[in-house]
Design a protein around this ligand. Sequence first.
Ligand SMILES: [Cu+2]
Length: 240
Amino acid sequence: MKVQDVTFDGATFDHGHRFLADTGFLGERTMVNGTLDPYAEVGDERVRLRLLSASTARIYTFGFDDDRAFDLVGTDGGCWRRPSPGVPDRPAVDRGLELPEADDAVRSRHFEVRRSGINGQPMAMDRIDETVTRGTTEVWTLRNGGDMTHNFHVHDVQFRVLDVNGERPEPALRDRKDTVAVPMGATVRIALRFDGPADPDVPYMYHCHLLSHEDDGVMGQFVVVGKGQRAGEVPDHAGH
Ligand SMILES: [Cu+2]
């Protein structure tokens, strides 16, 4: 189910992108799979829905009209390692992917996330902000001192949410994640293990996942390098 909020101008989309405050585009109607007022007939059976938000700014809360309970079996990191009782086991491909342990962290970093940028500056294509050693675990502290939620997304890894304002995260945040909402005034700590491809010259990104924010540079770049290696040269993207 691909969900997206839209605004119409007559029979066509309104591409004027009316922005609400600084959050980004918030549409007036919700479409599912490109359809208004959609429905699907299902039988007396267990149904699994895969929800994909195609919205650029809106945050959704999903539920049923009659408040019936349902099982959450996966989030952005894929199917959970420990699905709810009664739910068929996850696909074999997901086995063996363990969550990073905070105790293994060799380094911690702090990210102050604001509308104006991360750690005081907007993203620059020719600047590497962080250099991470491949095969290590780190703890990143995400702090939102601004006045709106930012949705922090990290490329390359699936991470563990350690705590939100010092408290154990809610159940939906307790398995592998690649994006975590950092509400205004909140501090979120995550543990990340960098086992993916390393290249001192080719950076990964971390950024706010609200489209207008990442467009405006609420984003930074990191490279993953071999032990003892330094960050390399970032290609000059001038003119792109
Ligand atoms: Cu943001």
